[in-house]
Design a protein around this ligand. Structure first.
Ligand SMILES: Cc1ncc(COP(=O)(O)O)c(C=O)c1O
Length: 336
């Protein structure tokens, strides 16, 4: 499968041929069907289009050397989708229903699961479809759950460039209580500051640090490494509780790292990166090294400015589990 189209396509730009769709009506979820990917019929008054009632997930299935396909920590992602649904007062599908839809999509698109270091990226999407433009303060009593899949490649496998990150201590990525929710509006909210920083400083991403406390970037968590230590923000409502972050923190002690989860400031981060490393973690980013921080007009080099050895070591250890090259001692993979 070396000619896999995912190899050269931007992340998420190619979809597989089939998706799964289920509807919520009259107080209950109906059965799903698997159908060719095509536009969905939706009323122009649908709740999601006006009041943003939407949440989603993103996780990956990997093809191992023997051809079998394994999905990584699906239970955690489904739990997060359900938590997002509850926060947004959307009809909450039960875990078994989401799981059945994901498995049906993988099965129907099995041939499209790329070999490592590619993967099949799975994207469940939940939207409020009640047609009522007067429902600003009323939850949607109709909903649709869609599961899409996209063959993706790992762009960092070949030794990508370290990232340039703008440190923003003015803007919030999103409302403080919604950081933990994976909802479309959060990404729309981060877009303006991100594009402005890209234009002014040529950065890849923005690290949001409202009030001078380090949070996360637009679509990934933030970690620091130094002297056998890992520092990352402790869980609270202001940022997304990444499954990749959680996985790395669980693996860290076995790899010789001590984990510190706490609130820390931009000033402390700048101290750490003098001789430490910074990296972004996420399903798409895996663990991507940060080479440069831009703060108050200054360019600050992180460590030696490239992708540091700790970042490479942790990333390789995680990818080895995901791709079946190292034993999955924590039961994170599910053969599907
Ligand atoms: C805002 C944000 N933070 C963090 C993450 C990383 O989460 P995960 O590791 O579960 O993919 C993501 C990606 O899903 C994200 O969108």
């Amino acid at each position: 499968m070396s000619s896999n189209p995912a190899r050269s396509a931007p992340f998420g730009s190619i979809l597989t041929d089939f998706m799964a769709v289920a509807q919520y009506r009259d107080g209950a979820w109906g059965p799903h069907d698997v159908r060719p990917v095509a536009p969905l019929p939706m009323h122009p008054a649908a709740h999601v289009l006006h009041y943003g009632s939407t949440c989603f997930e993103g996780f990956k299935a990997y093809r191992h050397d023997d051809g079998s396909v394994h999905v990584f920590r699906m239970d955690r992602h489904i739990a997060r989708l359900r938590q997002s649904a509850r926060s947004l007062v959307l009809p909450e599908p039960d875990a078994a229903q989401v799981e059945a839809m994901v498995l049906a999509v993988i099965d129907r698109n099995r041939d499209a699961v790329p070999e490592a270091p590619g993967a099949l990226y799975l994207r469940p999407l939940l939207i409020g479809t009640m047609p009522n433009i007067g429902a600003a303060a009323t939850p949607s009593n109709e909903a649709m759950l869609v599961v899409l899949a996209s063959p993706v490649w790992d762009y960092f496998a070949g030794g990508a460039k370290a990232l340039r990150i703008f440190v923003d201590d003015k803007n919030n990525r999103c409302a403080g209580h919604l950081g933990v929710v994976k909802t479309g509006g959060n990404y729309a909210a981060a877009l303006g500051p991100t594009l402005a920083a890209r234009k002014e400083f040529g950065v890849d991403q923005v690290l949001f640090c409202p009030g001078g406390e380090v949070q996360e970037t637009g679509a990934a968590n933030f970690l620091l490494f130094r002297d056998g230590r890992i520092l990352t923000r402790s869980l609270d409502s202001t940022f997304l509780h990444g499954v990749t972050r959680d996985s790395l923190l669980h693996m860290a002690p076995d790899l010789g790292y001590q984990v510190e989860e706490r609130v820390f400031t931009v000033a402390e981060m700048l101290e750490w990166v003098k001789d430490g490393e910074a990296a972004l973690s996420g399903t798409a980013a895996v663990l991507s090294g940060v080479g440069t921080l831009i703060y108050q007009g200054r360019e600050i080099t992180c460590g030696a400015g490239g992708i540091g050895p700790h970042t490479q070591k942790l990333r390789a250890a995680l990818v080895a589990i995901q791709t079946g090259k190292a034993p999955d001692t924590r039961g994170w993979l599910r053969k599907v």
